[in-house]
Design a protein around this ligand. Structure first.
Ligand code: ADP
Length: 370
């Protein structure tokens, strides 16, 4: 049997260029000093600056090919290269929110699918089930929770807790809420990019008097952005839920959102998908369902990706009005819409319980700090 030496591996990796800079992997110090060779079995790690580096997949593939080409086609290298990121180590336990049991990120692939509406009603439905709930409106592109909770005039003040000055969240319907919208006006919020928005959000998490909570929901901006990564790096998120409509274009974006969470760099479990605007039922024909955006698109996507479909919420005028009036429909669990949100909340609770039982925090952390 041939004998393989670490230098041969390094020589092969020198032929692979990192597309971002055009320099080779060795020159870029991307090959960790942990090459292990056991017969034909070769393992080592590649270190990327960022966990969301767009070239991870192609670089790993190129590294595998180079080793098979320049060292030997018999080397066992497939799936043996570990990817690490300098930047990110997901916190194992939450130090920022030590009294919070579960942190849930509510996200969507695209705007306007009802993510904020779902987040508000889910918060209310969880509170109605008897849980202590907090909601952070992190949607810098359209902070709408102050309106949905009839808290547009609220101005959170500072309180002193154990010698620290903390922001006291606003509160309505038993839910503690802070929104980026309390601190900037809507027109300016869209200009908040990158570090500025991330830092503001970190403050709303770490320097606020959230206290003991069963569920802390984060209404994220639509799509995938730096904010998502900041949240993932800052908090030990229990799981993400993705809101979509059954429309094809929305589903395509939801799919992207899901793969961002499940990608090994971010590695947040997806608790499930929520189909909003699943069908329209006119008040005068309560048994008729009109599938305006297509039928059961989210169910198909959930089945395909093997994730739960947590709920289907119809298009109902009262949901829209509830948002505009600051009275989420979930406040009335006896209404059809209220019942849909209650069922959603129960499914979320069940998924969280399942995750907490089956996944220890350490198992969720794949990316290690360099
Ligand atoms: P996003 O947060 O995804 O941008 P919003 O929650 O702001 O979306 O919802 C967009 C609009 O659609 C709002 O006017 C909201 O009231 C309305 N809406 C959301 N879901 C429903 C629904 N199931 N039925 C009726 N209107 C809805």
């Amino acid at each position: 049997m041939i004998k393989i030496y670490p230098q041969q591996i390094l020589d092969a990796l020198k032929t692979v260029r990192y597309p971002g800079t055009g320099k080779d992997l060795v020159e870029m110090n991307m090959v960790e000093d942990n090459i292990r060779i056991d017969g034909l079995n070769v393992t080592f790690s590649l270190i990327f600056d960022k966990p969301n580096d767009p070239f991870i997949r192609s670089v790993v593939k190129a590294a595998e090919t180079a080793i098979l080409t320049y060292v030997s086609p018999d080397v066992n290298i497939r799936n043996n290269i570990t990817v690490k990121a300098k930047q990110l180590a997901r916190p194992e336990e939450d130090k920022l929110l030590p009294e919070v049991k579960n942190i849930i990120a509510v996200s969507s692939g695209k705007g306007g699918v009802g993510k904020s509406t779902v987040a508000a009603n889910l918060a209310v439905a969880l509170a109605q089930l008897g849980y202590k709930v907090g909601l952070l409106d992190a949607d810098i592109f359209g902070p709408s929770q102050p309106k949905m909770f009839n808290l547009e005039d609220a101005r959170p003040y500072m309180v002193e807790v154990d010698g620290r000055e903390l922001i006291e969240p606003a509160e309505n319907y038993g839910i503690k809420m802070l929104s980026i919208g309390f601190f900037v006006n809507k027109e300016d919020a869209v200009l908040w990019r990158g570090a500025m928005a991330s830092n503001a959000l970190k403050q709303l998490i770490g320097d606020a008097n959230w206290g003991a909570l069963d569920y802390f929901l984060i209404d994220l901006p639509p799509g995938t952005s730096d904010i998502h990564l900041t949240m993932v790096q800052t908090l030990a998120i229990t799981g993400a839920i993705v809101v979509s409509t059954p429309q094809e274009v929305a589903l395509a974006d939801a799919r992207k959102g899901i793969s961002m969470f499940t990608g090994e760099k971010v590695n947040v479990p997806v608790l499930g998908l929520i189909e909003n605007m699943a069908w329209f039922t006119p008040a005068e024909l309560p048994h008729n369902k009109y599938y305006l955006f297509g039928k059961e698109g989210c169910k198909r996507l959930a089945d395909e990706l093997h994730i739960p479909l947590l709920g289907q919420i119809p298009i109902v005028q009262s949901i829209c009005e509830g948002g505009d009036n600051g009275k989420p429909v979930a406040l009335n669990p006896d209404s059809i819409t209220g019942a849909a949100f209650r069922e959603l909340a129960e499914n979320v609770v069940a998924q969280v319980a399942y995750r907490n039982e089956h996944l220890k925090p350490t198992e969720r952390v794949h990316v290690t700090k360099k």
